[in-house]
Design a protein around this ligand. Structure first.
Ligand SMILES: C[S@@+](CC[C@H](N)C(=O)[O-])C[C@H]1O[C@@H](n2cnc3c(N)ncnc32)[C@H](O)[C@@H]1O
Length: 393
C-alpha cells in the first residue's frame, strides 16, 4: 500500500530532495523505496525532469529505514526523555538525523550507532551545518555487534527488525543507564507492556520485566514516517529497576524458555512430559548446584517470541539421559517434579497467566528440591550478542 506522509518537514524535504540527492549515488534494490514513498514507476519521473541533477536516496526495508518526519512527535520524544545538559545520549540508527539534531540540542553528547555509511555521511554533514559536530560521536557499526560506550540515556527510533535483541542487549547489558525512550512497532510495544493474562504476554515481557519497568508514552501513526511503513508504532520508556531479584540469570532464561515455549499449556503438561523430565534429570545431575551467573546477562536472553504451542523435538541430551538413568531414578525424579508443582498449586496454572513473582517462587521451589534448569546450547553468536533471536514482529 502506498500512502503519502501527512506532512514532510521542510528540513527533511530539503535534505532528501535538494542536498542529498546531489551527493548520493542511486543504488537500486528489489526492496528499496524512494524517499517520497512512491514506487519507482509512478509519477516521480516528473520531479526528476524538473530537477535533472537529482539522484535518489533509496531507503532499505531490510535496514528498517523509515524516517520519522513529524516534528511534533520528534519533539515529544525528546521532551519525554527528560534529557539533562550533562547527559550522554545513545541513539541507535540516527538515519538522516531528524532526531539526532534535537538530541544534540538538549544533551552534552550524542553517541549515534548507524550501520549505513550513506546515512553517516548525511548525518555528519547535517550536524556540522548546525555546528554540533563536537558533540556527536558516530559509530558506523551494527548496533548488535558493537560494544556501546558509557551513556546515560537511550533515545531512538530503532530499526524494528532488531527490536527484541536490542532491547535485550540494553536491559541485560553491562551499561547502567537511566532510561531508554524507544519508538517501536506497536505490536512489539504492546508485548513489552503486556501483563500476565494478556494475549500478548510472552517470554520477552517476562524477561524485560524482571529487570526493568516499561511505560507507554504514545502511539505514532505510520503516516508520520517517510516512506510510510505498513505498521503503526508506539513510544515506550524502559527504566531499569534499581533492585532486581536475586536469581541466576542463566537459569532464569532457561526456565522461562521452558515455560513459554508452550505458554498456554498448563505447567503440569509442560513439565511432566517424559522428555522434559529426562532433560531436567540430566541437567540437575550435571549441575548439582546453580550455574554461575554470566558476566553479561544478555548472553542468555534470546528473547525470540515464544512459539505458543510448537512441538519440541527430543534433545540429544534427553536421549543420552534415558540411556544413562534407570527407570527407577527417572520415576523418583518425576515424583519430585510433581511434588513441587502440586505443593505450590502450579500444576494447573499456565505460564501466560503467571506474574514474575510466581515464576520466581516456582523456580526457587524447584531449586530447593534439587531441580535445575539450564539451556541446552547457547546460540552460535552467544558470546557477543546472544541475539540469534529474530523478532517476529
Ligand atoms: C527507523 S530508521 C530511523 C532513522 C531516524 N532515527 C529517524 O528517526 O528518522 C532506522 C535506522 O537504523 C539504521 N540501522 C538499521 N539496522 C541497524 C543496525 N543493526 N545497527 C545500527 N543501525 C541500524 C538504519 O540504517 C536507519 O538509519
Amino acid at each position: 500500500m502506498l500512502c503519502k506522509p501527512k506532512r514532510v518537514p521542510i528540513e527533511l524535504t530539503r535534505l532528501i530532495f535538494r542536498q542529498q540527492q546531489r551527493q548520493l549515488s542511486s543504488k537500486s534494490s528489489r526492496h528499496s523505496r524512494r524517499t517520497d514513498g512512491r514506487d519507482r514507476d509512478d509519477s516521480y519521473t516528473g520531479k526528476r525532469k524538473q530537477n535533472p541533477e537529482a539522484h535518489d536516496l533509496y531507503l532499505y526495508k531490510s535496514k528498517g529505514q523509515h524516517i520519522l518526519t513529524n516534528p511534533r512527535v520528534l519533539d515529544k520524544i525528546v521532551i519525554t526523555s527528560s534529557i539533562k545538559t550533562t547527559d550522554t545520549v545513545l541513539e541507535i540508527g540516527p538515519g538522516t538525523g531528524n532526531l539526532t539534531l534535537r538530541l544534540l540540542d538538549a544533551a552534552k553528547e550524542v553517541v549515534a550507532v548507524e550501520i549505513d555509511t550513506r546515512m553517516v555521511e548525511i548525518l555528519n554533514k547535517r550536524v556540522a551545518e548546525h555546528g554540533f559536530q563536537d558533540k556527536l560521536n558516530v559509530i558506523r557499526k551494527d548496533a548488535l555487534r558493537t560494544e556501546f560506550p558509557q551513556f546515560d540515556l537511550v533515545v531512538a527510533n530503532i530499526p524494528y527488525g532488531i527490536s527484541s535483541p536490542l532491547v535485550t542487549k540494553l536491559v541485560y547489558g553491562m551499561n547502567p543507564f537511566r532510561s531508554a525512550t524507544l519508538l517501536l512497532q506497536k505490536e512489539f510495544a504492546r508485548r513489552l507492556l503486556a501483563k500476565p493474562g494478556d494475549s500478548e504476554f510472552n517470554r520477552l515481557a517476562v524477561n524485560v520485566k524482571l529487570v526493568a519497568e516499561v511505560e507507554f508514552v504514545m502511539d505514532v501513526s505510520k503516516r508520520d514516517f517517510l516512506p510510510c511503513p505498513k505498521v503503526d508504532s508506539s513510544v515506550v520508556i524502559i527504566r531499569p529497576k534499581a533492585d532486581i531479584p536475586d536469581v541466576n540469570l542463566q537459569e532464569w532464561s532457561a526456565f522461562t524458555r521452558t515455560c513459554f515455549n508452550k505458554k498456554n499449556r498448563t505447567l503440569g503438561a509442560i513439565l511432566k512430559q517424559k522428555k522434559k523430565v529426562l532433560e531436567l534429570l540430566r541437567l540437575s545431575k550435571m549441575t548439582g548446584s546453580r550455574t554461575e551467573t554470566a558476566d553479561n546477562g544478555c548472553e542468555y536472553f534470546e528473547c525470540s517470541s515464544d512459539s505458543d504451542d510448537s512441538e519440541e523435538g527430543e534433545s540429544d541430551e534427553g536421549r543420552l539421559c534415558s540411556s544413562s538413568s534407570s527407570e527407577i531414578e527417572v520415576g523418583l525424579f518425576k515424583e519430585k517434579v510433581i511434588e513441587v508443582l502440586n505443593s505450590e498449586g502450579f500444576d494447573k496454572k499456565r505460564p501466560s497467566k503467571l506474574s514474575n513473582e510466581e515464576l520466581l517462587q516456582l523456580l526457587s521451589s524447584f531449586n530447593q528440591a534439587g531441580i535445575y534448569f539450564h539451556d541446552q546450547a547457547k546460540s552460535k553468536n552467544a558470546k557477543n550478542v546472544a541475539f540469534a533471536a529474530t523478532d517476529s514482529s
